[in-house]
Write a protein that binds this ligand. Structure first.
Ligand code: SF4
Length: 417
């Protein structure tokens, strides 16, 4: 029997796509994937460093793994591994730590070490292609990695390196592999997805047009895209009958121009509002489903007074009116310009602002969902059965439930909401 391996993934969809790719490669080589809590011959931890809390969670998991499996080597990769390699190498039980440019070495190194090799041979690679599988309905396809923007609060550019990608043709081949597995929906993921093409002289618009032609894939979503990179030309094309759905996840971060400037973001609230309005006008059907906007917001950025936070609150409530708000309390990350500022906001104030936005989000989400009652939309049903029910998402990302019917799994069906 092959060696058993336990995978632990923390953080974003990009990490899940990468873990899924390591898993496919190792299973092909005879490894058996087991739940990490049951113990294994070897472990792979894919880490995240988005907040101080994420770092701590990673360290705790690695320590727990070692306590429970003192003889099993632990391999660590992901953003925290890139950012604080020495810190992780110092934890007992850790065998090799792979940074952002060493991901293509994860699988060969695990095999070498288990075959008796002693050293972790690190050499730099560039882009590690990845997609998630295992779900029968949806796959996360990594199209881009790294970021050149350097927003003043963010460590991701240091953790994942510069913006890069593989050519469109290779990503199309990966989408074809996904289609061959019978998966019909693909979510394009990246660190700064819309910045695709920087290292190959291509661009994101050409990528989505090429992916649109892949047979078997019926729906695409873009996991997240910077507002300045979602052009009107792209919106026009998406709206004109492409397979890309009326669902956008766009980082706003603040609805206050003073804070946006201090964050080092590349737009102001007027440009953001114009983009949202443009998309709504192009893509909304007055008698049918509306565009789903998921908006990221950071609260408690240094210098965010009560008045400046109110600007964000009213901008979201009165102008943007998203279907969902992803709320992040600002986390002070060493090495970033924002961390050095003296005007940090107290945690208790951040907590209150998070609560206010959560309440606003609940109201907006409810309004969005109820405005769809009685409308017809296409739902892709998933395999999980809970209390005799199954669920799936409409094109515009409303979760719909119906009595379980195995014949509908992975199929797109028209439903009245
Ligand atoms: S765009 Fe800004 S927030 Fe996003 S990864 Fe790049 S630096 Fe970080």
């Amino acid at each position: 029997m092959g060696k058993t391996i336990g995978f632990i993934t923390l953080g974003c969809k990009l990490n899940y796509a990468e873990t899924s790719t390591y898993e496919r490669a190792l299973l092909k080589d005879g490894f058996e994937a087991v739940p990490w809590s049951k113990g294994a011959d070897v472990f792979l931890v894919n880490t995240c460093t988005v907040t101080e809390h994420s770092d701590k969670k990673c360290r705790n998991i690695i320590r727990k793994l070692h306590r429970q499996n003192p003889h099993s080597p632990i391999f660590v990769t992901g953003c925290y591994a890139q950012f604080k390699k020495a810190e992780i190498e110092a934890i007992e039980g850790v065998k090799c730590v792979f940074g952002a440019n060493e991901k293509s070495l994860v699988v060969p190194t695990i095999k070498d070490i288990l075959n008796g090799s002693e050293s972790c041979a690190y050499t730099a690679g560039t882009f590690f292609p990845a997609y998630s599988s295992g779900e029968r309905t949806r796959s996360f396809l990594k199209v881009q990695d790294g970021c050149d923007y350097k927003c003043h609060y963010c460590t991701v550019p240091y953790a994942r390196g510069e913006s890069r990608n593989i050519p469109i043709a290779e990503i199309v081949s990966q989408a074809e592999e996904i289609a061959a597995e019978g998966i019909v929906e693909v979510v394009l993921t990246g660190v700064n997805t819309g910045d695709f093409g920087r290292s190959t002289g291509e661009n994101f618009f050409d990528l989505i047009k090429a992916l649109n032609e892949v047979e078997g894939i019926e729906r695409y979503r873009i996991s997240s895209i910077e507002p300045n990179l979602l052009t009107e030309e792209m919106v026009d094309w998406i709206a004109s009958g492409s397979k890309f759905l009326p669902h956008f996840h766009i980082p706003l971060q603040s609805g206050c121009d003073t804070i946006l400037k201090e964050m080092g973001r590349r737009y102001d609230t007027a440009a953001f509002a114009h983009k949202i309005e443009y998309i709504r006008k192009k893509m909304e059907r007055p008698d049918g489903p509306r565009v789903f906007f998921g908006i990221d917001v950071i609260v408690g950025f240094p210098g965010e007074t009560d008045e400046l936070f109110e600007e964000t609150y009213t901008f979201l409530r009165d102008v943007i009116k998203p279907a969902f708000i992803h709320i992040f309390p600002y986390s002070r990350r060493a090495g970033t310009p924002a961390a050095a500022r003296k005007d940090q906001v107290q945690d208790s104030v951040k907590t209150l602002r998070v609560q206010r936005l959560e309440e606003l989000c609940a109201t907006l989400h409810e309004e969005f969902v109820t405005s769809h009652k009685g409308l017809t939309d296409k739902v892709l049903f998933e395999s999980t059965e809970k209390n005799g029910m199954m669920s799936g998402y409409t094109e515009n990302y409303i979760r719909v439930e119906r009595p379980f019917d195995p014949g509908l799994i992975g199929k797109i069906s028209e439903v009245t909401i």
